[in-house]
Design a protein around this ligand. Structure first.
Ligand SMILES: *[C@@H]1O[C@H](CO)[C@@H](O)[C@H](O)[C@H]1NC(C)=O
Ligand SMILES: *[C@@H]1O[C@H](CO)[C@@H](O)[C@H](O)[C@H]1NC(C)=O
Ligand SMILES: *[C@@H]1O[C@H](CO)[C@@H](O)[C@H](O)[C@H]1NC(C)=O
Ligand SMILES: *[C@@H]1O[C@H](CO)[C@@H](O)[C@H](O)[C@H]1NC(C)=O
Ligand SMILES: *[C@@H]1O[C@H](CO)[C@@H](O)[C@H](O)[C@H]1NC(C)=O
Ligand SMILES: *[C@@H]1O[C@H](CO)[C@@H](O)[C@H](O)[C@H]1NC(C)=O
Ligand SMILES: *[C@@H]1O[C@H](CO)[C@@H](O)[C@H](O)[C@H]1NC(C)=O
Ligand SMILES: *[C@@H]1O[C@H](CO)[C@@H](O)[C@H](O)[C@H]1NC(C)=O
Ligand SMILES: *[C@@H]1O[C@H](CO)[C@@H](O)[C@H](O)[C@H]1NC(C)=O
Ligand SMILES: *[C@@H]1O[C@H](CO)[C@@H](O)[C@H](O)[C@H]1NC(C)=O
Ligand SMILES: *[C@@H]1O[C@H](CO)[C@@H](O)[C@H](O)[C@H]1NC(C)=O
Ligand SMILES: *[C@@H]1O[C@H](CO)[C@@H](O)[C@H](O)[C@H]1NC(C)=O
Length: 600
């Protein structure tokens, strides 16, 4: 007897009565004989160390300790924040520690400071022996908020605890303050004996500066009122959520930073079949509208930007054993996305309130979205002095979407291709000069899903590619800077569902390959390159949404380099244990571009 892939999901969904969010491709390890060790195990997301992590913090502020037990439907937990007194710092790290023991679903969580989101994270599925992890994030770019006295830190982590789902998430949050300049001074005594160290340190300072460039002077949160978390809950594509803002008239640069995660019927949006497939086969699943999604940013009625998010897979996703103890790319520190809104300053600088809103194309319930509007103001132009700006050429953005599908019963294929292309130029006249900027952007999305063997085998192939080129010209027309950023998010998932010999159970086989690839090239600035790839393979026997037994391997390669720093790590895990782990922070044949180095 063949158990049908889709029927499996349908019955699986139908038999699940919800106070919990629905989970498709989504499991817990309840029932799994987890007996590998009796010790609490550390989970981790592979990333490079923070550039200042080897310095001793000038001060540490342990701001919150909280056990998230039955928190479903409750407002966020909060604590009062003020920067430490008498502490000199230039950089700040947020440290989010968590531990849990028992059985539990992965949960989504976020940390807001003064209403601005500073971390979106998800939890790892615990085991009976217990697990713990640490997320360290450079939050220096939120400096203009971190200097404020007596503001509120809020944390949302909705969890449900009962006889079956016993895992409570225990969370500690700290801020670590670093003085990178002070290290410069303390290092001067080493100077004569080690000039190289000194130079490296200077470059470190420069590099830290260029990482996000200078932090914004002002950050305006575009977020909800906080009663259900400060994020907006987007249920479908006709919803546009946002807030009205008034920005200072001496603003010369504006960037919107968007935090986003997908849940419920859209948690695995990239694997959803089209509605026609569902209807044709009389399926009752609500996970349709496949398989293109795009987050849109509006100012008033105008679309001003968009992004296709990296598909972050939470730790119950696809095969929960993939994520023991190496979690999926972005699972502990979900990426945020920056869109330059400077071209629209002409619209925003009129002193009036403008609506900044977010929507998700083709979405079904639900998406959690909010944003921070980072503003740089001309400090040599004190209000009511006004920065002047004007859009020049505005080639109408091109948008194309092509969908095709062909099905015979539960077999067949569906393809979606989307392309967005825009080019614009504008000038800004501030006390920094009369600068003209040209921004070219191209976003390409391609998805193909194939169903075989009466729908019991499903192959998903998705590619997202983005290219952004920014050129800044001086008033004499000379190029001041030119930056090119390329990003690629390829994703391949193969999954097969078979009847299992055990009664009422299903055998599921899967293979996943996904990657975050990014290259930044800059004339007169810093360049960097990042490749972060995971390949997972596994099997499991499931009953309802519980994994009874199985096996999995995960291999990850992480490789980062910029003008001064390199970091690479090759790590793998098999059946919940790390088997190989090699890290290297030496730059192999480093192509040092800094003039100061060639002088050595
Ligand atoms: C699991 O743990 C129990 C008790 O700690 C032990 O009796 C049993 O032998 C273990 N099973 C395996 C497969 O390691
Ligand atoms: C601030 O710190 C410095 C050096 O650590 C110390 O000398 C000074 O007394 C401190 N001031 C206050 C007000 O605590
Ligand atoms: C968080 O974890 C790190 C290491 O994993 C540890 O050094 C730090 O003390 C922990 N912080 C808190 C507040 O528990
Ligand atoms: C949180 O901090 C408390 C007190 O310092 C400590 O006992 C606990 O182990 C910490 N938990 C985590 C997850 O870091
Ligand atoms: C901090 O803010 C709270 C409420 O917003 C207020 O009750 C409290 O007095 C403030 N504390 C200080 C030191 O300003
Ligand atoms: C806050 O937002 C929620 C959800 O949008 C809404 O239901 C609630 O009424 C709002 N509360 C306040 C005090 O505005
Ligand atoms: C979208 O959701 C709103 C409720 O938030 C509902 O009123 C509306 O009918 C929905 N639209 C579609 C197309 O489903
Ligand atoms: C779907 O339902 C319709 C009407 O009940 C029926 O005519 C059709 O044969 C069904 N299709 C499949 C594939 O079961
Ligand atoms: C830029 O602003 C300065 C000072 O306000 C003004 O003198 C100059 O004419 C402006 N340049 C252009 C090209 O508008
Ligand atoms: C394919 O699945 C349908 C629906 O469950 C079933 O009626 C049909 O017999 C299956 N065909 C084969 C060849 O297994
Ligand atoms: C499978 O389970 C059903 C109901 O629980 C039972 O009637 C049937 O005998 C079982 N079959 C086997 C092969 O164990
Ligand atoms: C781990 O490393 C060993 C030797 O270094 C190698 O033989 C093995 O293939 C590696 N395993 C994985 C899963 O990469």
């Amino acid at each position: 007897m063949a158990i049908l892939f889709f029927f499996f999901f349908v019955s699986f969904i139908a038999s699940f009565s919800f106070s919990l969010p629905e989970h498709h491709f989504h499991f817990t390890k309840h029932g799994l004989r987890q007996n590998t060790s009796s010790q609490s195990q550390q989970y981790l997301e592979i990333t490079r160390p923070l550039p200042f992590a080897n310095l001793a913090p000038s001060c540490t502020f342990h701001i919150l300790t909280h056990d998230f037990g039955n928190t479903m439907g409750l407002p966020p937990v909060s604590a009062s924040y003020s920067p430490p007194a008498n502490c000199s710092w230039t950089h700040v790290a947020l440290q989010f520690n968590a531990s849990s023991k028992g059985t539990q679903y992965d949960r989504i969580a976020a940390v807001w400071l003064g209403g601005a989101e500073i971390l979106r994270t998800s939890t790892a599925d615990p085991t009976n022996e217990g697990i713990f992890w640490t997320v360290s994030k450079d939050v220096t770019r939120y400096c203009s908020i971190l200097v404020n006295q007596n503001i509120s830190l809020s944390v949302m982590l909705e969890n449900l605890v009962n006889d079956i789902y016993t895992g409570v998430y225990q969370v500690n949050i700290s801020f670590l303050y670093y003085d990178v300049k002070k290290r410069d001074v303390s290092l001067s005594s080493y100077l004569d004996s080690n000039r190289k160290l000194k130079l490296k340190n200077e470059v470190l300072v420069n590099n830290l500066r260029s990482e996000y460039e200078q932090p914004a002077d002002l950050i305006l949160p575009i977020s909800g009122n906080g009663s259900e978390g400060f994020w907006f809950r987007i249920l479908n594509e006709s919803e546009l959520h946002g807030q009205r803002v008034i920005i200072p008239k001496n603003t010369y640069k504006a960037v919107i930073e968007i935090y986003v995660s997908s849940h419920g019927y859209d948690e695995f949006w990239y694997s959803n079949p089209p509605d026609s497939y569902i209807q044709m086969n009389n399926l009752t699943t609500k996970r349709g509208h496949g398989a293109y999604r795009e987050v849109l940013v509006n100012i008033d009625e105008n679309l001003v930007g968009s992004l296709v998010p990296f598909p972050v897979i939470f730790t119950g996703g696809i095969n929960p054993m993939y994520w023991e103890p190496l979690v999926s790319i972005g699972a502990f520190d979900l990426p945020s996305y920056n869109i330059d809104l400077t071209p629209y300053l002409g619209l925003l600088l009129d002193g009036e309130a403008h609506f900044l809103g977010f929507g998700v194309n083709d979405s079904i319930p639900f998406w959690l979205v909010d944003a921070n509007l980072h503003l740089w103001v001309d400090n040599n132009c004190a209000l009511p002095c006004k920065v002047h700006t004007k859009a020049l050429a505005f080639r109408t953005p091109k948008f194309k979407i092509k969908r095709s599908s062909s099905f015979l019963g539960l077999d067949g294929s569906v393809e979606v291709e989307m392309k967005r292309k825009s080019e614009m130029s504008f000038w800004v006249n501030s006390t920094a000069g009369y600068l003209t900027t040209i921004i070219k952007r191209e976003l390409k999305f391609k998805s193909k899903i194939n169903f075989y063997l009466n729908g019991t085998e499903k192959n998903i192939k998705q590619k997202v590619k983005e290219e952004i080129e920014v050129r800044v010209l001086s008033d004499s027309g000379g190029t001041i800077s030119q930056t090119k950023v390329k990003r690629k998010f390829p994703l391949t998932i193969i999954s097969k569902t078979l009847a299992s010999r055990e009664n009422g159970t299903t055998l599921m086989l899967s293979d996943l390959d996904h990657e975050w690839k990014e290259k930044k090239k800059s004339d007169g600035g810093s360049s960097s390159s990042l490749t972060n790839r995971q390949h997972c393979n596994g099997w499991m026997v499931v009953q309802d949404h519980n994994v009874i037994h199985g096996g999995a391997t995960t291999q990850q390669t992480y490789s980062y380099s910029d003008d001064v720093d390199c970091y690479s790590r090759i790590i793998s895990a098999a059946n919940g244990k790390l088997v190989n782990d090699t890290a290297n922070s030496l730059c192999a044949a480093a192509p040092l571009k800094f003039g100061s180095f060639s002088a050595l």
